[in-house]
Design a protein around this ligand. Structure first.
Ligand code: NAD
Ligand code: GLY
Length: 362
């Protein structure tokens, strides 16, 4: 097992990564301040892995909430069902929520923990690759609004993250690839060596080679922990972690949070960001080609859904959280491993990228 730390003063916490961790009460129990614990999972993960988590918490007053599965259920209404059960069980301020599942369960549960009785503790036990490398770390919690992705939420750090890599054995291939998209993101932003490692090892990673998976999860978490420690509330550099997300969120919202996985939308979004960077003269064409090839090998989508127009993108991108005083900021690239945050790019180049990717421009 590897243990990393997110250094945030009193809100610091460990990230444990490795096999067999669902059988390690010593990792979880020290982070539960009270007797009451509520595991929040979903209808897919629960039947697969709930038994060991129940066993871990057998000496607690335990409640379990099983949510419906899917991004379209990442809503205020679903969060309300957690509040209902917390109140029905008379859980108080020392209760701990345990987010047990992928990023959807993690984001909803963290948000419920941030709000319930003005904030209670929660821990993250992520079971998808995407959640193990990204969403379980850093304290961004929240739900979607029909008009925009993650529009309702709070910063609320978990007390610990326990990433049991054994759980990845049951993850569908498509979900594994979606997680790989967020891994590729770290290489693009500021870790050229990681990107090169991925170019050499993406096949091992997608074949679930345990050593490759563990190494990539650890490297990604190390990257994310460092960014979050520098800029917990995204006043500046943390925005780099949103590479590809403004385009990607537009795809997710336009398709009703149903047909595209988050990681897939981010993959296409990263390629759109690279294309725009290239049109601005900031990125060498070879870099875009390298990214395209890597996405191709990971069997990730490289263009938006058919029928999505440049106007659809513009409408959704206008309500992105990185819009300040009406001005959109984007994460762009000046090289592999050189992400930049910019609100001073040429808007006509953005239009050209949108038209190119929606089949209406060169
Ligand atoms: P997800 O939570 O929908 O999980 C993907 C699918 O895999 C689901 O059907 C789930 O039930 C299933 N699953 C989970 N674990 C499994 C396992 N071990 N075996 C078999 N099936 C399993 O999606 P995700 O990709 O984990 O997360 C995406 C979400 O994370 C999005 O809502 C995105 O916005 C959010 N996110 C948040 C952050 C953050 O910083 N908070 C960062 C990145 C992404
Ligand atoms: N995934 C973006 C962030 O955590 O900041």
């Amino acid at each position: 097992m590897q243990t990393l730390h997110v250094d945030l003063g009193q809100r610091s916490y460990p990230i444990h990564i490795g096999p067999g961790l669902l059988n390690r009460p010593d990792l979880l129990l020290p982070h539960l301040s009270g007797r009451q614990a509520m595991v929040v999972t979903n209808e897919t993960v629960g039947p697969l892995y709930l038994a060991p988590v129940r066993a871990l918490l057998s000496d607690r007053t335990l409640e379990v909430v099983v949510l419906p599965d899917g991004e379209r259920f990442k809503t205020i209404a679903t969060t309300q069902t957690i509040f209902d059960q917390l109140l029905n069980a008379r859980f108080g301020r020392t209760a701990t929520l345990v987010a047990f599942g992928g990023g959807v369960v993690g984001d909803i549960t963290g948000f419920a923990a941030a709000c319930y009785q003005r904030g209670i503790d929660f821990v993250q036990i992520p079971t998808t690759l995407l959640a193990q490398v990204d969403s379980s770390v850093g304290g961004k919690t929240g739900v979607n609004h029909p008009q925009g992705k993650n529009m309702i939420g709070a910063f609320h750090q978990p007390r610990c993250v326990i990433a049991d890599t054994d759980t990845l054995s049951t993850l569908p291939d498509r979900e594994l690839a979606a997680g790989a998209a967020e891994i590729i993101k770290y290489g693009l932003i500021d870790d050229t060596a990681f990107f090169e490692w991925l170019e050499q090892n993406i096949d091992r990673l997608l074949a679930r080679d345990p050593a490759a998976l563990t190494w990539a999860i650890e490297r990604a978490c190390r990257n994310k922990a460092a960014v979050v420690a520098r800029d917990e509330r995204e006043q500046g550099t943390r925005a780099l972690l949103n590479l590809g997300h403004t385009f990607g969120h537009a795809i997710e919202a336009t398709t009703g949070y149903e047909s595209w996985l988050h990681g897939e939308a981010v993959a296409t979004g990263m390629l759109m960001a690279a294309d725009l960077s290239e049109r601005l003269g900031w990125l060498a064409p070879e870099a875009t080609i390298r990214l395209r090839n890597l996405l191709q090998r990971a069997r990730l989508p490289k263009s938006p859904p058919a029928g999505m127009s440049a106007a659809d993108f513009s409408a959704k991108m206008a309500i992105d959280k990185k819009v300040t005083d009406g001005r959109l900021k984007l994460i762009l690239l000046r090289g592999i491993g050189q992400g930049v945050i910019s609100d001073s790019f040429d808007r006509t180049a953005l239009e050209s990228t949108l038209r190119h990717f929606t089949g209406t421009g060169p």
